[in-house]
Design a protein around this ligand. Structure first.
Ligand SMILES: [Zn+2]
Ligand SMILES: [Zn+2]
Length: 770
């Protein structure tokens, strides 16, 4: 209904509908503090409060909420009001936040350069974290992620592949420069500012040009860099000195193009090196994923760290490491979370999920200013991101309760950004019954917006391990039981092998586990499409001193996918185990231990250790006699041994290699076992939600507050003076002596701190009993 009037210096304007008000606000025609009134005689009030409260009222009417929620309501409304109040007092800043015309062009918004709109954020610029000097080719990462609305993490947080596919020149974003060069609000014309992508070249400050060069160095290809430089020239009227800087950049990019190099982290390499790094990192990350779900955090961290080191372009591993340090079901380690999210941002400066999660890690460490800066930047990049508005609103709420103490500037910045998001209808009012919200990197939008679903669910098969195996019948492959069966996840849902016969293309086959031995560490896998020439299992026991070769696929992540060979001899024979005086690495498990004649004498199974760690350089395996017994139950006819003694090792290996396979073990991400394992972890933290951070901000999750008394580590020092007998120049006199004693502090009973009253074991009470 057209019922709103806007106060203007030259007379009131109107009537307007509420949606028209919203539009005016979003277009910058009016400001959040602009006075409006309903009808000709309503009360004048700030448009920001009118719009957000109006929206809230409607909701409340619909829902017909009961009385018990009133307290929440009041709290929530108080935030909005407080925020709106601040907005009025900070109009100067707000005016800049509202950029023209975005609502009108949703299509544009999708493609718009990420940072094009947030003019105000100049004072809130992020420190894009950098570990290295800004010189040279330092940092990595693609250009600013396009703003999708609402933000969809999987797209805006480019992973390895998408990075590589992007072709849009980063220079188009020209974001930082515009932020800084925009005139102060007083000089803004009454009409919305001219479109940002004006054809006319603008001037650019040296410092902004330097920032652009930092972005330039994140280009993945020489072509990208050349486009970036060309765009800079087109967009800006450069001074001679600036032009010289550009010209100095050019040869470097031309040279890279001539050599056909692409960027990998801070190096320029051949494309196949970049591909190999990406593949390696992907493999390592996929090995970590199932471990994360079953609580194997320590092992997962190793995989992820290795992945991060392997591929300096990818942000996936660091993002997961950051989440790992952020979530209460995993490890609460805000320091590490901060470190890894900063690494993500070094590689991809406009990554909103990383900005958001970094801010949460900072809030937990009471680094409030930085947290507000990062949330503000996230809000500017992705104004419709609900997690960001929740975290801004919750910060204000906690500040209002004196649970955290924002300084005046941060408080104002936080209120302005939050209230503007609400006023523009982009952000959602914070729900104070919820904690800080983290964002996931890999979640598709649909799942993220559906709170009922388990965000970590997936239908895909996940690589959970690898080993070796060999054919014992044309379509049966023998391997270790511990390869085919996971401690927690159970039997593999699928086993895959790659069959590469000389002169034929590589075929990848899928198989199923058909038998697990109770007697020995053995499993049989059936591949319907396999037709291999099986290896003979020797009937006679192994003999001390016989020469053997262990063949298989150890550590494919580090050593590559090809077959490996180690030679030694049998140095211990027992009915259920053979030992060899050589070891093969993890991944050799299930591979054959061969005699020179080509017979299998054992299935390689373990590395012998003494105590916990001392390696004796002995490996061991299941004797072929046991293996025969197991296999014969399922394949009655076993191949006979052809007597081919006298061949040399290379000839023998050449002869048998087509029957030896690298085995990849897959578990279904949605398998009941995996779900159950995850549920166990989740249940151990009651009420925990996967991406909600319920850490108590008063104590930073330590559940201890500093002692209110003035003690040092629980002790209070008392000092007094006593007169004691002494001798001076041969005469007995009373001498004053300073005495000290440390008493236990009464305020904390000598503990040095007091229990935090607001949480239980670091989890905010208000969020437990909701
Ligand atoms: Zn606490
Ligand atoms: Zn004390």
């Amino acid at each position: 209904m057209k019922e709103w009037y806007v106060r203007r210096s030259g007379g009131d304007a109107g009537p307007f509908t509420e949606s028209r008000l919203r539009k005016l606000l979003s277009e910058g025609m009016i400001e959040p503090g602009t006075r409006v009134r309903r009808g000709g005689d309503g009360e004048w009030q700030a448009v920001a409060s009118v719009i957000s409260i109006g929206a809230r009222k409607k909701k409340a009417d619909d829902a017909d909420e009961d009385d018990s929620s009133d307290a929440d309501d009041v709290n929530r409304r108080r935030i909005v009001l407080a925020a709106a109040g601040c907005a009025i007092s900070a109009i100067v800043v707000v005016g800049l936040l509202l950029m023209p015309g975005r609502e009108d062009k949703p299509a544009d918004e999708k493609n718009a350069p990420a940072v094009a709109q947030p003019a105000t954020l100049k004072p809130l610029m992020p420190e894009v974290p950098s570990r290295r000097p800004t010189s040279a080719i330092a940092s990595s990462s693609p250009k600013p992620a396009p703003v999708s609305e609402p933000l969809e993490p999987s797209r805006s947080a480019p992973a390895v592949r998408t990075d590589r596919e992007t072709t849009k020149p980063a220079a188009m974003a020209a974001p930082l420069a515009q932020l800084v060069t925009r005139p102060p609000v007083a000089e803004l014309p009454a009409q919305p500012a001219p479109a940002a992508d004006d054809d006319k070249p603008k001037e650019i400050k040296d410092t902004d040009l330097t920032r652009m060069f930092e972005r330039l160095n994140l280009e993945l290809t020489p072509e990208g860099g050349q486009r970036f430089l060309a765009d800079l020239r087109k967009k800006y009227a450069l001074t001679d000195k600036q032009e010289a800087r550009l010209a100095a950049e050019e040869p470097r990019w031309n040279e890279r193009k001539e050599k056909g190099l692409v960027r990998l982290g801070n190096r320029w390499v051949k494309p196949d090196v970049q591909n190999a790094a990406a593949d390696k990192a992907k493999r390592l990350v996929s090995q970590a994923t199932p471990l994360l779900r079953i609580g194997g955090f320590k092992e997962a961290i190793n995989f992820l760290q290795e992945a991060s080191d392997a591929d300096g372009n990818s942000i996936e591993a660091d993002f997961k490491l950051g989440l790992l340090g952020s979530t209460e079901w995993a490890l609460l380690d805000a320091v590490n979370a901060e470190k890894h999210f900063k690494e993500v941002l070094r590689r991809s400066p406009d990554n909103v999920p990383a900005l958001n999660n970094l801010a949460v890690a900072e809030l937990k460490q009471r680094k409030h200013s930085q947290a507000i800066k990062h949330l503000s930047l996230a809000a500017a990049l992705a104004p419709r991101c609900q997690e960001v508005s929740q975290n801004l609103g919750r910060s204000l709420f906690l500040d209002g309760q004196n649970r955290i103490n924002l300084n005046a500037d941060d408080e104002r910045a936080c209120a302005v950004v939050y209230s503007t998001l609400i006023a523009e209808g982009k952000g959602k009012e914070a729900d104070v019954s919820k904690g800080f919200l983290l964002m996931n990197i890999l979640l598709p939008k649909s799942e993220r917006e559906n709170p009922g679903s388990d965000p970590d669910r997936g239908q895909d098969l996940i690589l959970t391990g690898s080993g070796s195996g060999f054919a014992v019948a044309p379509n049966l492959v023998l391997t270790n039981r511990h390869v085919a069966e996971h401690d927690v996840l159970g039997t593999a849902d699928e086993i895959r092998i790659a069959v590469s016969i000389k002169g034929q293309p590589v075929r990848r086959l899928k198989g199923m586990v058909v038998a697990l031995s109770d007697e020995a560490d053995l499993a049989l896998v059936k591949f319907d499409a396999l037709d291999a020439r099986p290896l003979p299992l020797r009937e006679a026991e192994g003999r001390l001193g016989e020469e053997v070769a262990i063949v298989g696929f150890p550590r494919p992540d580090a050593l590559g996918d090809d077959l490996k060979f180690v030679r030694g001899s049998i140095n211990s024979v027992r009915p259920d185990e053979l030992l060899f005086d050589c070891i093969a690495n993890q991944g050799n498990s299930g591979g054959p231990v061969l005699l020179a004649g080509g017979e299998v004498v054992s299935v390689y199974t373990f590395v012998k250790t003494v105590g916990d760690e001392v390696e004796t350089k002995h490996g061991g395996g299941v004797p072929s006699t046991l293996a025969r017994r197991f296999v014969q139950k399922h394949a009655p006819v076993l191949p006979a041994a052809a007597d081919q003694a006298g061949r040399d090792w290379p000839t023998m290996i050449e002869d048998v290699r087509d029957a030896i396979f690298k085995i990849e073990v897959y578990h279904s991400a949605g398998s009941p076992a995996l779900q159950a394992a995850f549920a166990r972890v989740a249940a151990s933290k009651k009420n925990a939600r996967f991406l909600e951070d319920r850490t108590c901000v008063s104590c930073g999750g330590r559940s201890v507050l500093p002692c209110p008394g003035k003690c040092i580590k629980g002790g209070v020092q008392r000092t007094w003076t006593e007169q004691q007998p002494g001798v001076i120049f041969g005469r007995s006199v009373m001498v004053p002596k300073v005495m000290t004693r440390v008493d236990p502090c009464t305020a904390c009973a000598g503990r040095g701190g007091v229990d935090c009253p607001l949480c239980i074991q670091g989890v905010d009470k208000a969020l437990i009993f909701r």
